[in-house]
Ligand binder design. Structure first.
Ligand code: SME
Length: 156
């Protein structure tokens, strides 16, 4: 796979239209399917002081379907508005464990009109799987999907 191919796939999903939920589901599927080192992909949406799990794709469901902002790697990224890259999840005391196979994680905040409205959370079964290219492509995708992250808020 190439990250360029991923960007093209996401562009096609956005051009294809559909409901916000369908678009976000398509994006998580593209991420999980097209990039070999992405083992589990989910989008969390901000709901008040919490993050609530929206569309996701991976081998297993996570028990962390609601995470207070400020807790875990996910909550840290939502609180700061900065991408978090964790090369070794077992060495990060903030890490909330979901899957025994996970070795590294990236969390990219999603903005809409300057506010954090959600985030892309990706787990990898490979240590230190996420580099600068991953960060750059995912931050661009996060900007593209920001306007599609309103639907889930408050409906949980
Ligand atoms: N590991 C995350 C929790 C979400 S699961 O990875 C899907 C965290 O530390 O916030």
């Amino acid at each position: 796979m190439t990250l360029t191919g991923l960007q093209e796939g996401v562009d096609r999903i956005l051009e294809g239209g559909g409901s916000d939920e369908e678009i976000l589901q398509g994006v998580v599927e593209a991420l999980e399917q097209l990039v070999e080192h992405y083992s589990w992909v989910g989008i969390y949406l901000v709901d008040g002081d919490d993050l609530v799990l929206g569309p996701w794709r991976g081998p297993q469901a996570t028990e962390h379907v609601r995470i207070p902002i400020g807790q875990g790697v996910c909550g840290a990224a939502a609180a700061s508005g900065e991408t978090e890259v964790v090369d070794d999840v077992n060495a990060d005391p903030r890490y909330l464990a979901c899957f025994p196979s996970t070795r590294s994680e990236i969390v990219v905040p999603i903005f809409d009109e300057g506010r954090v409205v959600g985030e892309i959370d990706i787990d990898s079964d490979r240590a230190a799987a996420f580099g600068e290219n991953d960060r750059a492509v995912l931050e661009r995708i996060a900007l593209q999907i920001g306007p599609h992250c309103r639907f889930g808020v408050g409906t949980d």
